[in-house]
Design a protein around this ligand. Structure first.
Ligand code: ZN
Length: 305
């Protein structure tokens, strides 16, 4: 599916999908989502395979991608993937990569200097990578004219100087140093707390659980609504089984409660749900199904050619 991208209009805002990686993340469902019995995957196999799960290899399938928003004349990048050339000794699948992400951004008509705002929904390894790029031997901000919005609670949690323990162990090794600190030192980071209004269409809200500062971007424009939920929903099974956390959720109880709350909000307001990592059709409307949820309709992106 090589083309210039996929786009959807929501009120006055357009949302374009910028691909970094689609494929296996080299983890089985049992490893990635230890809460969910394998029978759940088998039960939902008909719609989880092949986009979210390859039953033949028993590996989860995932997308690393950014959502590019154009709103009120500004260009906004939601999450910045894994990045190139980064040394990730404890996450080899994301180490020293060389992807064509910036070319994919260019194909959507956007140069790095055109980005006005970068949103890191949280500060995990696969959400901050393209915050910086290598210039010689130095990590420099990839988007020199952008304000980078980062949740203060995550900034403080992941700062190695604060010595916090994480369920990731050393999985986020080097990430703060090479992808957060250079942006902060350049004066481009804005640390927000509670909620943050971006413009009349967009605001950020704290949605803690996956990480202490995990956030959701709320879009309300011209009667259309969307929730960019980051990793609160990592795979589509978590819509059908909203108690299922990933092994990367820092506070399991809070992650479950926040997932139920936001999926409920999405169902009640007909908001499209844009998780960070859905392959396939990328986003969906959801509806209540008892105390759980179901896919009501997948998002209808159109291709840019
Ligand atoms: Zn992620």
């Amino acid at each position: 599916m090589e083309h210039k991208g996929e786009q959807i209009a929501l009120g006055e805002v357009t949302v374009t999908r910028i691909k970094e990686f689609y494929g296996s993340v080299e983890m089985s469902p049992d490893e990635f989502f230890p809460d969910s019995p394998h029978s759940s995957w088998d039960e939902h196999r008909g719609w989880l395979a092949p986009d979210f799960w390859n039953p033949d290899t028993d590996r989860c399938q995932s997308a690393i991608q950014s959502w590019l928003l154009r709103s009120e004349g500004r260009t906004i990048l939601v999450d910045t993937g894994v990045g190139n050339h980064k040394d990730r000794p404890y996450a080899p699948v994301w180490s020293r990569r060389d992807t064509s992400y910036l070319d994919n951004l260019a194909a959507a008509g956007v140069r790095p200097e055109d980005i006005d705002i970068v949103i890191n929904t949280h500060l995990h390894i696969d959400h901050v990578g393209w915050n910086t790029r290598l210039d010689g031997r130095t990590w420099v901000p990839t988007f020199p004219n952008a304000t980078y919005l980062m949740p203060r609670r995550d900034f403080e949690f992941w700062d190695p100087a604060n010595g916090n323990e994480s369920v990731l162990g050393r999985g986020n090794q080097n990430v703060f140093e090479d992808s957060v600190t250079p942006v902060h030192q350049a004066g481009l980071a804005r640390l927000w707390e509670g909620s943050y209004r971006i413009d009349k269409n967009l605001r950020l809200e704290l949605a803690a659980g996956h990480t202490p500062g995990s956030s959701v971007l709320v879009l309300e424009s011209g009667g259309d609504r969307a929730l960019f939920v980051g990793d609160l929903v990592h795979t589509a099974l978590q819509i059908a089984e909203p108690d299922t956390n990933s092994c990367f959720c820092e506070d399991p109880a809070e992650a479950r409660a926040t997932r139920h709350k936001l999926l409920g909000q999405a169902a009640e307001t007909n908001a499209l749900v844009f998780p960070a990592h859905f392959p396939g059709q990328g986003a969906a409307e959801v509806e209540r199904d008892g105390s759980k949820f179901a896919i009501k309709e997948w998002a209808a992106f159109s291709r840019i050619s």
